[in-house]
Write a protein that binds this ligand. Structure first.
Ligand code: PHE
Length: 360
């Protein structure tokens, strides 16, 4: 067999190669121009320079050339390859520029268009929900909201309310003190002092707000909320206090909710009491209660402290205790929220876990 008969002659290869190179050189610009988007442009480049590309095919035939012709063809192919790459890069930049120009000259993006997904709607925090409901009920009974600071003097928080100097609540352990002798109020009863020291009676106020104590466990948070409620007038009696408390309990926990007053001690009231409401969780249709885990089987849940304003408080605020009398109560907002919703741990109210908050 004669090899020369099957292998093409070196001279034929050379002319064929030269022709291929010439064709490619004459056409590649137009092919890149025809690509109007980046993916098409890259495909075109792969068709020329890729592993199975046309220029690569040309390179593969080079070994068949004679040394002299190979060098010459090599130079041609290299120049062409550089040209192809340069033209490709330039076309790529031109396409980019075109896209940006199109974006810039397009009508402006309308940021006022509604989103495609409706934004999830939030709602008030359970503490705010409960606070607002309590405030609404008491405002409807005629009480006005009185605001006051959370950073308070010892005098307004303790002394004028008749706390003896050695009372355990005044102990540094229970309060947060500032370096200049003020403290974070431990209750909203400071508002009684502030209101009575600045306005003459009669008055009927509520004071919702944050209070602070050095306590932290499943049923106590170092920051929590109270609503103070107090009324000063002539001839105010325990009957008025019970009337307001009973009305509040029925409106907030439902008609027929009973209350009970248990004697208790607060330095700024006399007599003083703690108030329980009939457990709303185990109440039967006839009003009796079976006892459950929320009320610890007692049928009653404690929600607030109350009493008749102590003459000492009137005196320290410049009000004549012979002429004026009044009642006051202070309710824990978290406490009431826990009772209403059956929340097992007060800390859930402050963790802001959306899985918890979404349930309200
Ligand atoms: N200030 C009391 C407390 O924080 C509650 C209270 C208010 C009691 C008004 C009696 C009258 O525990």
């Amino acid at each position: 067999m004669n090899a020369a008969m099957t292998e093409p002659a070196a001279g034929d290869v050379r002319t064929a190669l030269e022709r291929s190179i010439a064709v490619l050189r004459a056409t590649f610009r137009a092919r890149f121009e025809a690509a109007t988007a980046e993916p098409a442009l890259r495909e075109e480049k792969a068709r020329i320079l890729g592993k199975k590309g046309e220029l690569t095919a040309i390179l593969k035939q080079m070994p068949a050339l004679e040394a002299g012709a190979r060098r010459a063809a090599g130079e041609l192919v290299n120049t062409l390859k550089n040209e192809v790459e340069a033209v490709f890069e330039e076309r790529l930049r031109a396409l980019d520029r075109g896209e940006r120009d199109a974006e810039l000259s397009a009508p402006a993006f309308d940021i006022t268009l509604p989103g495609r997904e409706p934004a999830p709607l939030g709602h008030a925090h359970p503490i705010s929900i409960v606070r607002d409901e309590i405030v609404d009920i008491l405002v409807s009974l005629g009480f006005a909201v009185h605001d006051g600071p959370e950073v308070e003097t010892e005098e307004n928080n303790f002394t004028k309310l008749g706390f003896p100097p050695d009372h355990p609540a005044t102990d540094m352990q229970d309060s947060f003190w500032t370096t200049d002798g003020l403290l974070l109020r431990t209750h909203t009863s400071n508002i009684q002092v502030r209101a009575m020291s600045t306005h003459p009676p009669p008055m009927a106020y509520i004071a919702p707000g944050a209070v602070y104590r050095r306590d932290d466990d499943a049923t106590h948070s170092p920051m929590f909320h109270q609503i103070e409620c107090f009324l000063v007038d002539e001839h105010v009696s325990v009957a008025h206090l019970k009337g307001v408390l009973g009305t509040f309990a029925e409106r907030f926990f439902g008609a027929g909710t009973p209350i009970r007053l248990r004697p208790s001690y607060f330095p700024f009231v006399e007599p003083g009491a703690e108030v329980d409401v009939g457990c709303p969780f185990c109440r039967r249709a006839d009003g009796s209660r079976a006892g459950c885990s929320v009320c610890k089987r007692s049928g009653w849940i404690e929600i607030l402290g109350c009493g008749m304003i102590h003459p000492v408080v009137f005196e320290s605020c410049g009000i004549d205790p012979e002429k004026w009398s009044g009642f006051a109560f202070g309710m824990g907002v978290e406490r009431v929220a826990i009772v209403r919703y059956g929340i097992p741990d007060i800390r859930l109210l402050f963790e802001n876990d959306p899985r918890f908050l979404a349930q309200f």
